[in-house]
Design a protein around this ligand. Structure first.
Ligand SMILES: Nc1ncnc2c1ncn2[C@@H]1O[C@H](COP(=O)(O)OS(=O)(=O)O)[C@@H](OP(=O)(O)O)[C@H]1O
Length: 378
């Protein structure tokens, strides 16, 4: 019997009109996704820095690395011009846990779009580090800096140059967020400033490293430090008793870290053996509160960045009692630092405060002399 040719062709053909349409839709979808991926990733990285206005060139931080020409590509800017989105890498499980008081919920995780774009670029060692000081206002500075599209920073404190140095540069680099050409990778670990080995280790990694130190009146800083410890261990002795080796003679216990950290001139001497003053920027912790835009202007200049963060980015939150960002990272909502920043300090005996002021005065004078800047703590 003759087969029905017409029927055979219609039933068995892979080009059935419905299938053909479906195939076409799939191909178009695939092509569209591919193009989108290209533009978001590879193309962005390939855009030459020359397109850009006002972006700096900075070395990638690897020993022997050449300075990257030009700034971030226009496309990279557009892609990463997040309304306050940070370039944050989620903290890997292997990282040292951040101090509980120094996490910024909601500020550390990039949004889905940001995560998608984060797939482009590469991880680099930092070119700038906020090295101190503990309780100086380091978290505020980093969170504010992250608003800048040419800055990408790791959210948690890596503690590489003090606690994790033996883990090696690859471990350290892996903590960093991906960056495109011209973007600056940053981290902050305030304990570096008082770590004896830190300057030599950082210098061994990159002699060009830009160092930022947020300093604050050492007496208030010591009380802030104590307040933090007290919040975790409410049974510790009073600030007054910890301050003295011998209260009757008025001998200060300089071995107490809360006191030690504030002797800035002494710590700075160690850094100056490895870095010239021109590579260290001192930010006033006090001015970071009263004039955040002013201090951020100095920092952007120091980093060779266009002044993008201005007073338009801040508002003073009366309830918090501190300046906050008008737009949180990855969202359009305002963002203040968490409850662990801006704690109420306990009342300290004024005589003890006075004695501490006397103790710090010569060190402060020396520090003003070394930095060429009077921070007005006396
Ligand atoms: N904008 C804004 N919001 C909240 N807090 C601010 C801000 N700017 C500076 N500060 C001050 O930052 C102090 C904490 O400093 P750090 O972030 O360096 O602390 S830490 O070392 O990382 O734990 C913290 O110290 P305390 O007030 O003693 O809690 C604040 O005074």
């Amino acid at each position: 019997m003759e087969p029905n040719v017409t029927c055979f062709c219609v039933d068995a053909s892979p080009f059935h009109p419905v299938r053909r349409k479906l195939l076409l839709v799939f191909i178009m979808l695939f092509l569209w996704l591919y193009l989108f991926y290209c533009c978001a990733g590879s193309c962005a990285a390939a855009v030459p820095g020359a397109v850009l206005l006002g972006s700096p060139s900075l070395a990638d931080g690897r020993p022997g690395a050449e300075k990257a020409p030009g700034g971030a590509g226009l496309l990279s800017k557009l892609l990463l011009l997040r309304a306050g989105q940070p370039g944050t890498a989620p903290r890997p499980a292997s990282a040292e846990p951040p101090e509980a008081e120094d996490t910024e919920p909601g500020a550390l995780e990039p949004g889905p779009i940001s995560r998608f774009f984060n797939g482009s670029g590469s991880k680099k060692l930092p070119q700038a580090i906020i090295v101190g000081v503990k309780k100086g206002g380091t978290r505020a500075l980093l969170e504010f800096l992250r608003v800048h599209p040419d800055i990408r920073a790791v959210g948690a404190e890596p503690h590489f140059f003090d606690r994790n140095y033996e883990k090696g540069f690859d471990w350290y680099r892996d903590l960093m967020p991906r960056t495109l050409d011209g973007q600056i990778t940053m981290e902050k670990t305030p304990s570096y400033f008082v770590t004896k080995e830190a300057p030599a280790r950082i210098s061994a990694m990159s002699k060009d490293m830009k160092l930022i130190v947020v300093v604050r009146d050492p007496v208030t800083r010591a009380i802030s430090d104590y307040t933090q410890t007290l919040s975790k261990r409410p049974d510790i002795p009073t600030f007054e008793s910890l301050t003295f080796k011998n209260r009757t003679t008025g001998l200060i216990d300089t071995s107490w870290s809360a006191i030690q950290i504030g002797i800035y001139a002494k710590h700075l001497e160690n850094w100056l053996q490895y870095f010239p003053m021109s590579q260290i920027l001192f930010v006033s912790g006090e001015r970071l509160i009263t004039d955040p835009a002013g201090e951020l202007g100095r920092v952007q200049d120091f980093l060779g960045l266009k002044r993008i963060i201005t007073d338009k980015h801040f508002y003073f939150n009366q309830t918090k009692g501190f300046p906050c960002l008008k737009k949180a990272e990855g969202s359009s909502k305002p963002h203040c630092l968490g409850k662990t920043k801006g704690r109420t300090h306990p009342n300290i005996d004024q005589e003890v405060v006075q004695r501490l002021r006397e103790f710090y005065r010569p060190f402060n004078m020396k520090f003003y002399q070394m930095t060429g800047h009077n921070f007005g703590w006396d």
